[in-house]
Design a protein around this ligand. Structure first.
Ligand SMILES: [Mg+2]
Length: 184
């Protein structure tokens, strides 16, 4: 018997694509160090550009990776969309999180019943040799690196990726409903 044709691979980022992480990270930075960052001012997704030291950021992410990442809210529409996409695509979750977040990340994915086939902890998302059909991302830099390998990238609109797009394979999208219109 012939095996069914393999499903195309859909690459999906986690932070600020599936999980509402930025709001929580800014809350941690405010509580731990008294630095009050507004979402609108985050024109770069680099907290150290806004007065948070590397040492402080390291401490914030240590807590985030081991603890906070277990209780993040879902991005609106993400769960329903992933459940619709999973039958059609092999889902490769690819996150820049440090591997120390692996247990917490797996816990959160299971707790939220998010379907996936692969889970990678690697900042070099474009260089893993994974033949993505498409990729869903929120970081301008990652989106462009992935697009440069010939992949269609859907960039969820956020304050930190509002600057003009510089590759024809990258397209801004406002929400998960818009992503579904492209991928279903
Ligand atoms: Mg992200």
């Amino acid at each position: 018997m012939n095996s069914p044709a393999p499903k195309p691979i859909l690459g999906v980022d986690i932070d600020n694509v599936l999980a509402d992480s930025d709001v929580q990270l800014r809350e941690m930075i405010r509580e731990m160090y008294g630095i009050d960052l507004k979402a609108e001012q985050m024109t770069r997704y680099e907290y150290e550009a806004y007065g948070v030291t590397w040492e402080q950021l390291g401490e914030v992410f240590r807590v985030f990776n081991t603890d906070t990442c277990r209780t993040l809210e879902l991005v609106p529409g993400a769960k329903a969309a992933m459940q619709l996409l999973a039958p059609r695509y092999e889902i490769a979750l690819v996150t820049s999180r440090d591997p120390e977040a692996k247990a917490g990340t797996e816990y959160w994915l299971k707790a939220n019943a998010l379907p996936y086939d692969q889970l990678h902890f690697n900042d070099e998302k474009h260089a893993l040799g994974i033949p993505y059909r498409a990729f869903i991302e929120d970081r301008h830099e990652h989106a462009h690196r992935i697009a440069g390998t010939g992949v269609a990238v859907y960039l969820l609109r956020r304050p930190w990726n509002a600057r003009p797009l510089a590759h024809p394979n990258v397209r801004h999208v406002d929400n998960w409903d818009e992503i579904l219109k492209h991928l279903l």
